[in-house]
Design a binder for this molecule. Sequence first.
Ligand code: AMP
Length: 399
Amino acid sequence: MSTFSQFNFGGKKALVRVDFNVPLDEHFKITDDTRMRAAIPTIKKVLKDGGSVILMSHFGRPKEGPVKKYSLIHLVAHLQELLGDEPEVFFASDCIGEPAANAAALLQSGDVLLLENLRFHKEEEKGDLGFAEKLSKLGDVYVNDAFGTAHRAHASTAVIADFFEPDKKMFGLLMESEVASAEKVLLKSEKPFTAIIGGAKVSDKILIIENLLEKATDIIIGGGMAYTFWKAQGKDIGNSLCEDDRLALALELLEKAKTMGVNIHLPVDSTIADKFAADAKTSNCNSGAIPSGWMGLDIGEQARIDFTSVILSSKTILWNGPMGVFEMDQFQVGTRTIAEAVAEATQKGAFSLVGGGDSVAAVNQFGFNDKVSYVSTGGGAMLEFFEGKELPGIAAIKK
Ligand code: AMP
């Protein structure tokens, strides 16, 4: 495995797997170009060295072959805009076969070629060896910069790497920093290490909690999933979200934490509402004594104080999942307070990583994205990494 920054791409064609799976409106206009912007530094480094870039990506979930809606041609103009006038951006109407081979052969140093959607071939998601080999023939060097798909063993994210010598395959700058941040938290954390886990369902977060019991000193549990833990201890949670089939498991996790000396922090109180709606009547009450007909939709006043104090004394912080229904103004205080605390702890020297769709959305919404150490772009991939799984996209480069 080579290091991207040290590699000289002069005269080389870099085949770069990016995640350009951006949302489009009904006129095929890009509504959020974050993922495209995230890949620009990698592209620019190759061009600066005097190399050329062949970009490949998936886009949406096409079921049966090519469809206009999922064509990457809609991204060409914006990619050109992001890169400026200097490199010319070309497009190949297929990611393999003649269109791709011809376009790749014509590339001059300083050019950029975007290949059509990989998922127009079902071999991509199947991790087909022959398809991966065809892709590999297009470039001299393979660069994986798509952290968002690192948990998939697809042709372009993992299988392809075997067709390149160890010194001709590497992470791009985005992937490099994602992996470094995740490893810093999971493998090299300075203690106290607090994991903040929120969101709707315990069932989605069991594996991550189990794995973090081995790594963290403190685990804060907020959001809808906290009520399953309260009910498991015989408390009244009214009409709050609860997974009755996970009660035994919740107790087991609490027991395991005790044995392992990990502090689990549940919200002692909640902002409760008389209905799941933005205009609900609200009140603050003990999380274990919620009246019937009422539901906990955010952590309460005391919980905010408790959680803030744990966060402020941490040296490493991982945050995945909101503390409440932050999409509604009345129930966003908890999540906002946690964002503030994470930002303050970071300023005091802690390393903080925010990962997972909704907590990233919350941090962006409240304007704290540049006040934490790292905001991950890969929701599912980051989650699987913290569940302790080996990600095929990482393993394929490292092996
Ligand atoms: P997840 O995708 O599992 O991280 O869950 C995120 C979702 O959980 C968000 O849409 C929140 O609105 C929701 N959520 C957080 N807290 C609660 C709660 N107390 N009751 C119901 N939903 C919640």
